[in-house]
Design a protein around this ligand. Structure first.
Ligand code: SAH
Length: 202
C-alpha cells in the first residue's frame, strides 16, 4: 500500500482525504444512489490478505472504479503476472485506464463491461476479487478459476448484511474458508444503467 499513491486515484479536490481510512465517492446515478466509490483502505487490505496473491498470478478484478485496487493487485503479482479488471461504467473504466498508464502500471488490462461474465478471453485465473456486493456467486467467477485458485467476494447487497467470503476451488467444488462483515456498493447487471438489457439467466 505504500507503493501505490492513493492520492492519484481520488477525484480532484480530494487529495487531502486520500490517506484517511475512508471510502471516497466517485459516482452517483441520476436518482442519487451510490454507483461507485474508491473502497475503504482497511477493507481493501483485509480482502487482499484473504486473496493471498502470489508473484506471477493472473488475477481478475470485478469493479475497477478508480483502479486503485487494480494497482495494488499489480504490485502484488509483479511484472510476470497479469491483472484483468472489469468495470461496468465505461467512463470510470476510461479514467482508470488513464490513471494507471500515467503511473506506468503496465500489467493491468481494464475492460469496460459486465464483470458478472468474468473475462473469458483472459481465463483461467489464479485469483478472482469482486469489489462490489453481489446477490449471489456468478458462475463465471469460479468457472474461470484454476483448481487451487481463490475467490474473494462480498455477498449480499444491502450494506447491513454483506459478508465478504473467501472461497478456494477444489476438485469437489468451492470451499468456503471465511466470512468477514463488510459494506460495498451493489454489483449491477448490464442494462440497469441504460444499456440494452439482456435476459437474466437465473
Ligand atoms: N475496486 C475499486 C472499488 C470498487 S467500487 C477501487 O479500488 O477503487 C465498485 C465498482 O463496481 C463500481 O465502480 C461499479 O460501477 C462497479 N460495478 C458494479 N457492477 C458491476 C458489474 N456488473 N461489472 C463490473 N463492474 C461493476
Amino acid at each position: 500500500m505504500r507503493a501505490v499513491p492513493r492520492d492519484r486515484f481520488v477525484p480532484r479536490g480530494h487529495a487531502t482525504d486520500a490517506y484517511a481510512d475512508e471510502p471516497i465517492l466517485l459516482k452517483r446515478d441520476a436518482t442519487g444512489a451510490l454507483v461507485s466509490t474508491i473502497s475503504q483502505p482497511l477493507m481493501v487490505a483485509v480482502m487482499l490478505e484473504e486473496l493471498d496473491v502470489r508473484p506471477g498470478d493472473r488475477i481478475l478484478e470485478v469493479g475497477t472504479a478508480s483502479g486503485y485496487n487494480a494497482a495494488l493487485l499489480a504490485e502484488l503479482t509483479g511484472p510476470d503476472g497479469l491483472v484483468v479488471t472489469v468495470e461496468i461504467e465505461s467512463d470510470l473504466a476510461a479514467r482508470a485506464r488513464l490513471t494507471l498508464s500515467d503511473l506506468s502500471v503496465r500489467n493491468v488490462e481494464v475492460i469496460a463491461g459486465d464483470g458478472y461474465e468474468g473475462a473469458p478471453s483472459h481465463a483461467p485465473f489464479d485469483r478472482v476479487m469482486v469489489t462490489a456486493g453481489a446477490e449471489d456467486l456468478a458462475p463465471a467467477w469460479a468457472g474461470q478459476l484454476r483448481e487451487g485458485g481463490r475467490l474473494v467476494v462480498p455477498i449480499g447487497n444491502s450494506n447491513s448484511s454483506t459478508m465478504c467470503r473467501t472461497y478456494e476451488v477444489r476438485s469437489s467444488g468451492l470451499e468456503l474458508l471465511r466470512e468477514i462483515p463488510c459494506a460495498f456498493v451493489p454489483l449491477r447487471r448490464q442494462g440497469i444503467s441504460g444499456r440494452s438489457r439482456r435476459p437474466d439467466p437465473r
